[in-house]
Design a protein around this ligand. Structure first.
Ligand SMILES: C[S@@+](CC[C@H](N)C(=O)[O-])C[C@H]1O[C@@H](n2cnc3c(N)ncnc32)[C@H](O)[C@@H]1O
Length: 330
């Protein structure tokens, strides 16, 4: 038998170092320069942030990853059959760790030809893609480095596609941005293409808060990492000891918010932006929302974007939901 050589990874980079810095500068200037202060969660994910997120997924308190993994294990074959996809595009793919259950099921069905991991974190994406070509000889792995808030028009075309956003990442977008993202995806889907979305479900607020405020302080370190990054990459002078990690549930919006709360009045400057901000004692910077969904609510959102619900799958505890919707017309 001749040795099997893993296929090469193709990588499209729409977010090189210059674009990445420009994006971070834009978001920091707008988000920190006005009240209420805010930074998008996109900037958590440098190498340290990606490692911290991985550590979060292992925490006892953080049930969503385990719940979604169990759905992928139990129903991966049904998802594969329902999608009939030969191309699987995953937005915010990270390490693609639990995605492997779905790749296995899709390959088992015999139709999958191409996997397209898409992420803002280039080193993590490269590493994941390199590992995947080794693990799945014959599967084309076409990575895309991009920001799904800006680069959805650059997704690889062709084939029967299943697009996916797993891990509850869709809930990190405010509702209006989520609607834009859904409409943008729907507009470029061909009849028969499908969209698989992982959503964390509304549940006991105490459990939700604990998932974002673990005892070991891993999520707190993840949250503060955005300040570490602004210090290093934008010449800011945040004193980490003077920012407390806050996780709270907003019952009106049914979302978790992560914030960083100023301990005492303080002035912070972001050198590369020529920006100086005065933070009052107790004032917060919102760093993430994580919306919690109801199955029928997600159905309504996807239908508003012109997609038809095919099926929804749940873990045994009913904590998490995977919804598959299709572009009608076949
Ligand atoms: C919550 S993690 C989920 C990772 C993985 N999908 C999972 O389920 O474990 C969010 C992922 O989305 C990526 N991400 C965050 N904002 C992004 C953006 N604007 N564009 C592309 N990727 C983004 C992060 O780098 C990270 O890998």
């Amino acid at each position: 038998m001749p040795p099997t050589h893993p296929t090469e990874v193709t990588l499209d980079v729409h977010l090189g170092p210059d674009e990445l810095m420009a994006g971070m500068r834009h978001d920091a200037l707008h988000g920190l320069g006005s009240r209420p202060r805010e930074l998008p969660p996109t900037w958590f994910y440098d190498n340290v942030g990606c490692r911290l997120f991985d550590a979060i997924t292992e925490l006892e308190e953080y049930y969503p990853t385990r719940a979604e993994r169990s759905i992928l294990i139990d129903y991966g074959d049904q998802i594969a059959k329902a999608s009939q996809a030969d191309t699987f595009i995953e937005l915010g793919s990270g390490t693609s760790d639990k995605t492997r259950h779905l790749l296995d099921a899709m390959l088992q069905l015999g139709q999958l030809e191409r996997y397209v991991p898409f992420d803002v974190a280039e080193p993590t994406l490269r590493q994941a893609a390199d590992q995947l070509v080794g693990e799945y000889p014959g599967l084309t792995v076409h990575g895309v480095v991009g920001d799904f808030r800006h680069h959805l028009h650059l997704l690889p075309a062709g084939g029967r596609r299943m697009l996916a956003v797993l891990g509850g990442t869709i809930g990190n977008l405010p509702p209006e941005d989520r609607a834009v993202m859904l409409a943008t995806l729907s507009a470029q889907m061909a009849p028969g293409d499908t969209l698989l979305i992982g959503t964390d479900l509304v549940k006991d607020p105490a459990r939700l808060v604990l998932a974002y405020d673990d005892h070991a302080g891993v999520t707190a370190a993840f949250n503060r990492n955005v300040l570490v990054r602004l210090n290093r990459e934008l010449g800011a002078n945040f004193d980490l000891a003077r920012f407390e990690h806050v996780a709270l549930f907003d019952p009106d919006n049914e979302w978790i918010e992560m914030r960083l709360r100023s301990v005492g009045d303080q002035q912070v400057s972001v050198g590369d932006l020529g920006l100086t901000i005065d933070l009052l004692d107790g004032e917060t910077i919102r760093t993430e929302i994580s919306a919690k969904f109801r199955p029928e609510g997600w159905q309504a959102e996807s239908e508003a974007a012109g997609l038809e619900l095919v099926s929804q799958w749940f873990d045994p505890a009913g904590d998490f939901c995977l919804s598959l919707s299709a572009k009608p017309g076949v």
